[in-house]
Design a binder for this molecule. Structure first.
Ligand SMILES: NC(=O)c1ccc[n+]([C@@H]2O[C@H](COP(=O)([O-])OP(=O)(O)OC[C@H]3O[C@@H](n4cnc5c(N)ncnc54)[C@H](O)[C@@H]3O)[C@@H](O)[C@H]2O)c1
Ligand SMILES: O=C(O)C[C@H](O)C(=O)O
Length: 351
C-alpha cells in the first residue's frame, strides 16, 4: 500500500506538470534525500495522529517532532515502534513548544477545534485564531526559516493571521506561509474520476480561491485528462466539491470533521514541499498563499511551484470558462471579508 501511495503521488505530480505546459518537464533522476525535521502541532488530534503515521512512513523526513497540549507522549511511544528510520520526538504543553520547533524545516499546524453539524468554518474563528497565532509566534521565534503549513480552519483567515503575526515579528517570508487546501484537490480528483469512470491516478483538477463554501472553486475546464460537463453538471460537481467537508461533518454527527482524508492530503502536500526544499524541480500543488493573481485579494489559492525556499512561484489561473469566471467574481466578497478578518485580528493582537 505504501508503494502504491508513493507511485500515486508521483503520478499526480507528473500530471500537475503536464497541466502546466509553460514549465519544462522534470529530468529523470533519482530523488535526493536530505536531513529534514518536521514539527507537527496538534499531533494528538484527529488529523494529527494519522498524519503523524504517514510522516513516519515518509522517506524524506528524518525527525518528526510531535507537539500537542495533551496526549503527545502516548502517540509518540506508539508511533516510535514502527520500524521506519524516522526519529520520533514528543513535546507536551507550552513549556516544550520551543524545543519542538527548534531546527524544524517544515511546521504543519492542524491544532485547533473542528466543526460540529450546523457550523461554518468561520464559526471556528474565535477559538482557533488565537491558537494559530500563538503557535505561529513560537515558530517565528524558534524556526523563522521553516515553511509553515496551516491546516487549522478557517484557513481563509488563519493564513492571513500567520502572515501578519510574522510580519510584526520582522520574520515574514511569503514563500514560507502556506494554507493547506490539498484536500479540495484530492476530493475533486476523486469525484471527477468517479463521475467519468477514469483511473484515479490519472486525474488532476486544479482548485483555486480559498477553503470555505463558495470560495472553493474547482477549475473543471482545466482538468487533466480533459473532461466535458454541461453547465448543470458543472454546477452540481462544483457544489459537491464545495460541500464535501460539510458532508463529512454531518456523517460524523458531532465527532469532528474530515481527519483521514485530510491527513492523506496533508501528507501529499508535505512530501511535495520536502521535494521542493530538496531541490527537486517542477513540483506543483494548489495552495492558499500570499498572491497577486487576483487584484485586491492579498491571499488566494492557485497552483504554486514549490522550491528550495518554499513557494518558488505563484502561477497564473490559466483560462477560465464563463461558469468559472462568474463563480470567481461571486465568491470574492466572502474571501476578501474572511482575509480581512484574519488581518484585523492579528493587528489587534500584536504582542
Ligand atoms: N484545511 C483543511 O482542509 C482542513 C481539513 C480538515 C480539518 N481542518 C481543520 O483542522 C483542525 C483540526 O481538526 P482535527 O479534526 O484534527 O481536530 P481535533 O480536535 O481532533 O484535534 C485538534 C488537536 O489540536 C490540539 N490543540 C488544541 N489547542 C492546541 C494548542 N494551543 N497547541 C497545540 N495543540 C492544540 C488538541 O489537543 C487536539 O489534539 C480544525 O480546525 C479543522 O477545522 C482543516
Ligand atoms: O469541513 C470542515 O470543517 C473541515 C475541512 O475544512 C474540510 O473541508 O473537510
Amino acid at each position: 500500500m505504501l508503494l502504491a501511495q508513493r507511485k500515486l503521488g508521483v503520478a499526480q505530480r507528473a500530471h500537475s506538470r503536464a497541466a502546466a505546459p509553460m514549465v519544462a518537464r522534470a529530468s529523470r533522476r533519482s530523488l535526493r534525500c536530505e536531513a529534514r525535521k518536521v514539527a507537527l502541532l496538534g499531533a494528538a488530534g484527529g488529523i494529527g495522529q494519522p498524519l503523524a503515521l504517514l510522516l513516519k512512513m515518509n522517506k524524506f523526513v528524518t525527525e518528526l517532532a510531535l507537539y500537542d497540549i495533551v496526549g503527545t507522549p502516548g502517540v509518540a511511544a506508539d508511533l516510535s515502534h514502527c520500524n521506519t528510520p524516522v526519529k520520533v520526538t514528543a513535546f507536551s504543553g507550552a513549556e516544550e513548544l520551543d524545543a519542538c520547533l527548534s531546527g524544524a524545516d517544515l511546521v504543519i499546524i492542524p491544532a485547533g477545534v473542528p466543526r460540529k453539524p450546523g457550523m461554518t468554518r468561520d464559526d471556528l474563528f474565535n477559538t482557533n485564531a488565537g491558537i494559530v497565532q500563538n503557535l505561529v509566534r513560537a515558530a517565528g521565534k524558534n524556526c523563522p526559516q521553516a515553511v509553515l503549513e496551516i491546516i487549522t480552519n478557517p484557513v481563509n483567515s488563519t493564513v492571513p493571521i500567520a502572515a501578519e503575526t510574522l510580519k510584526a515579528m520582522g520574520v515574514y517570508d511569503p514563500k514560507k506561509v502556506i494554507g493547506v487546501t490539498t484536500l479540495d484537490i484530492v476530493r475533486s480528483n476523486t469525484f471527477v474520476a468517479e463521475a467519468r469512470g477514469l483511473d484515479m491516478k490519472d486525474v488532476d483538477v486544479p482548485v483555486i480561491g480559498g477553503h470555505a463554501g463558495a470560495t472553493i472553486l474547482p477549475l473543471l475546464s482545466q482538468a487533466t485528462p480533459a473532461v466535458t460537463f454541461t453547465d448543470a453538471e458543472k454546477a452540481a460537481m462544483s457544489e459537491k466539491i464545495q460541500n464535501a467537508g460539510t458532508v463529512v461533518v454531518e456523517a460524523k454527527a458531532g465527532k469532528g470533521s474530515a481527519t483521514l482524508s485530510m491527513a492523506y492530503a496533508a501528507a501529499r502536500m508535505a512530501e511535495s514541499t520536502l521535494l521542493g526544499l530538496n531541490g527537486e524541480p517542477n513540483i506543483y500543488e494548489c495552495a492558499f498563499v500570499q498572491s497577486e493573481v487576483v487584484a485586491d485579494v492579498p491571499f488566494f489559492a492557485s497552483k504554486v511551484l514549490l522550491g528550495p525556499h518554499g513557494v518558488a512561484k505563484v502561477m497564473g489561473l490559466g483560462e477560465l470558462d464563463a461558469f468559472e469566471t462568474a463563480a470567481l467574481q461571486a465568491m470574492l466578497p466572502q474571501l476578501k471579508t474572511e482575509i480581512q478578518k484574519g488581518l484585523d485580528f492579528a493587528k489587534a493582537n500584536t504582542a
